[in-house]
Design a protein around this ligand. Structure first.
Ligand SMILES: Cc1ncc(COP(=O)(O)O)c(C=O)c1O
Length: 386
């Protein structure tokens, strides 16, 4: 079979390769604890499950669901943005339901980029920003997220030629993989930067409700006028422990969303209606449910940070996300360290380089395994003296 040249532009998804290594460790008899992926282990809100079941029992809910999402779902997303961020959206033109935000991220690249175009992408960063750009045949100009700047980019250090040439810029706060957060002042500067260089600013915010110690994450659409240049991606995957359900959303700039809708209507046929009705319930999830779920993650985060400190690994305490971004003890690369840890202890963590070259020297450790397993993983690390 001939494979398209497009495929040779994109390296295999690093986690796919890593999962094979994890499987091998299992086959060799290791009881593997997976702290390498951000796959929530806790249950979604009960109302969402009830709504899914109720809707699935309706005989007429199994046909093609329509391309733009149920009006009631777009309305529920609008209400969520109003309630959570005091952002007013037009549910007809400024809201686009997605089959998970990853789908929208890649399709947005296809909607906005041509071969020869350029996208500005954070390093380290979530891989689909780069993959989508490469699939579109466009070039990637990375900008580093460095510890000394709190993993926020130095916008003034992005070469002016690249900023002027670029069509699209990706930002993601609360940030995967570093756990960093951005305040409204930074997001305002990012919107100004996008306006100055005529960029579509895509802000990816799936961790905005996975927060700790009283932190409240902003939306980029809280910046006055942001929707003239920005789109925000969001998702129920992390907010409501619904990663397998595949429901996300893009909100903001209407021209960008219209372009995205045009791509999507040619590629997919919408979200299964019972999932949309469940999503409507999930979007109404109250702060008490989120706080008690986040409390579970926070306890795991504390166990992780204490365990890492005990073996001399440095990591700062994140105010959001599912991840601890820890420094690798000197003498090993990120991947060597993660591989040795997996083979010696059965604890799987993600090498920082899976998120880009600037991730060298770090590993990402996730809190999405049961608390007993997180504790056991830290004990194994301690005993292995790795
Ligand atoms: C930064 C970031 N954006 C988007 C996604 C994709 O989420 P979804 O499940 O909505 O596709 C993830 C998933 O890990 C992520 O970390």
């Amino acid at each position: 079979m001939k494979r398209s040249s497009r495929l040779s532009n994109i390296p295999p998804y690093p986690f796919a390769r890593w999962s094979r290594r994890v499987e091998t460790a299992r086959q060799q008899g290791l009881n593997v604890i997976r702290l390498d992926i951000g796959n929530p282990d806790l249950a979604p809100p009960g109302e969402a499950i009830e709504a899914l079941c109720r809707s699935a029992r309706q005989a007429d809910h199994h046909g093609y669901p329509g391309y733009r999402g149920l009006p009631a779902l777009r309305e529920a997303i609008t209400e969520y943005y109003g309630r959570r961020f005091s952002v007013a959206l037009d549910s007809k033109t400024e809201v686009m339901p997605l089959i998970g935000s990853k789908e929208g991220i890649v399709n947005m690249a296809l909607a906005c980029l041509d071969p020869g175009d350029l996208a500005l992408v954070p390093d380290p960063g979530y891989a689909p920003y780069t993959m989508g750009t490469s699939l579109a045949g466009a070039g990637v100009c990375t900008f580093p997220l460095l510890a000394e700047r709190g993993f926020l980019p130095d916008l003034q250090a992005i070469p002016v030629d690249a900023a002027n040439k670029a069509t699209l810029m990706w930002l993601n706060y609360p940030n995967n993989p570093t756990g960093a957060t951005a305040d409204l002042e930074f997001l305002t500067r990012a919107v100004d930067f996008a306006r100055q260089h005529d960029l579509l600013l895509c802000h990816d915010a799936p961790y905005c409700d996975v927060t700790y110690y009283g932190y409240i994450a902003p939306s980029i659409l809280q910046v006055p006028g942001a929707s003239e240049v920005a789109v925000e991606f969001n998702s129920l995957s992390k907010t409501c422990n619904m990663a397998g359900w595949r429901v996300g959303m893009a909100v903001g700039n209407r021209d960008a969303l219209a372009a995205l809708a045009q791509i999507k209507s040619n590629v997919d046929s919408g979200i299964f209606r019972p999932l949309q009705e469940a999503a409507i319930q999930a979007l109404a999830t109250g702060p008490a449910w989120l706080a008690s779920r986040n409390q579970v993650y926070q306890e795991r985060m504390d166990i992780l940070l204490e365990g890492l400190k005990a073996i001399g690994m440095r990591a700062s305490r994140p105010r959001a996300t599912l991840y601890v971004w820890a420094q690798v003890p000197s003498g090993k690369t990120s991947e060597e360290f993660a591989r040795a840890l997996l083979e010696k202890t059965g604890v799987a963590i993600a090498p920082g380089t899976f998120f880009g070259p600037a991730g060298e020297g770090y590993v990402r450790i996730s809190v999405t395994a049961p608390t007993t397993q997180v504790r056991e993983a830290m004990e194994r690390l301690h005993q292995s003296a790795i």
